[in-house]
Design a protein around this ligand. Structure first.
Ligand SMILES: NC(=O)c1ccc[n+]([C@@H]2O[C@H](COP(=O)([O-])OP(=O)(O)OC[C@H]3O[C@@H](n4cnc5c(N)ncnc54)[C@H](O)[C@@H]3O)[C@@H](O)[C@H]2O)c1
Length: 245
């Protein structure tokens, strides 16, 4: 029996990287997965790939910064699979740009996706989980929610926000059987990291390599499943030792 047998999981950013690896592991563990992404082409291809493996999967195109589109994710997921038990609130963007000439519109765009979008998905998830009597949410923050770095002030501020959003929502809904935790990845080998940066980022990681999306998925599975049944409002930092320095 899988760790998420008969559960329904919504995964944002589910077409790529950490979200896709987690969707695959969740499906292997018995979950029906709702893949959410802006990238329709990749999302549909991944849905077809999972279905070909006889997993239950549904792709929903949505922008997590739109209240209407976020509501539609849950409407479609519930229409297809009857409920939502788990939400991996993971879609995000990141760009490196010096702060003194960062356009306000770019700051807003980053914070809009990486913090506001996470709130909108969590809010909708909580609404459904209150009706259903419980559930688990895992938000993707970053090790850059804990430590600073030059050139990504908006991203780092948003990710720090996700960590305290996680604690605050967890406390608010702890008595309602809704557990909310966050993943803080280090440098992970996904399309969000430019190819030309990979070697340098591996070199500054104590374990001298990038993490793999599959290594994140295992941590997410822990937080999403009953294996972490007494954990809420907390974070797992999976970073090859970066923040231990
Ligand atoms: N890879 C890393 O080194 C790293 C480190 C720390 C945190 N993270 C975080 O992990 C999460 C997943 O990133 P990843 O590394 O898998 O990158 P990725 O680029 O492979 O995946 C992110 C996915 O999110 C989707 N997305 C972006 N904006 C969206 C929006 N507004 N609405 C819906 N979907 C949207 C993208 O289309 C993409 O498929 C992000 O929140 C990222 O900030 C990544």
């Amino acid at each position: 029996m899988g760790k998420l047998q008969n559960k329904v999981a919504v995964i944002t950013g589910g077409a790529s990287g950490i979200g896709a690896a987690t969707a695959r592991l969740f499906a292997e563990e018995g979950a029906k997965v709702v893949l959410v992404d802006l990238n329709e082409e990749k999302g549909k291809a991944f849905e077809a790939e999972l279905k070909a493996l006889h997993y239950e999967a549904l792709f929903v195109k949505a922008n997590i910064t739109s209240e209407e589109e976020v509501a539609n994710i849950f409407k479609q997921g519930i229409e297809a699979f009857g409920k939502v038990d788990v939400v991996f609130n993971n879609a995000g963007i990141g760009r490196v740009h010096s702060s003194h000439d960062l356009a306000y519109s770019e700051w807003r765009n980053t914070v809009n996706v990486d913090l506001d979008g996470v709130f909108l998905v969590a809010r909708e998830a909580i609404r459904e989980m209150l009706k259903a009597g419980g559930g688990t949410i895992v938000n993707t923050a970053s090790m850059y929610g804990w430590v600073g770095s030059p050139g990504s002030a908006a991203y780092n501020a948003a990710k720090g926000g996700v960590i305290n959003l996680t604690r605050s929502l967890a406390l608010e809904y702890a008595e309602h059987n809704i557990r909310i935790n966050a993943l803080c990845p280090g440098f992970i080998d996904t399309p969000i990291i430019p190819e030309e940066s990979k070697q340098a980022l591996a070199a500054v990681t104590p374990m001298k390599r990038l993490g793999q999306a599959e290594e994140m998925a295992k941590a997410v599975l822990f937080m999403a499943s009953d294996d972490s049944s007494f954990m809420t409002g907390n974070t797992l930092t999976v970073d090859g030792g970066y923040t231990a320095k």
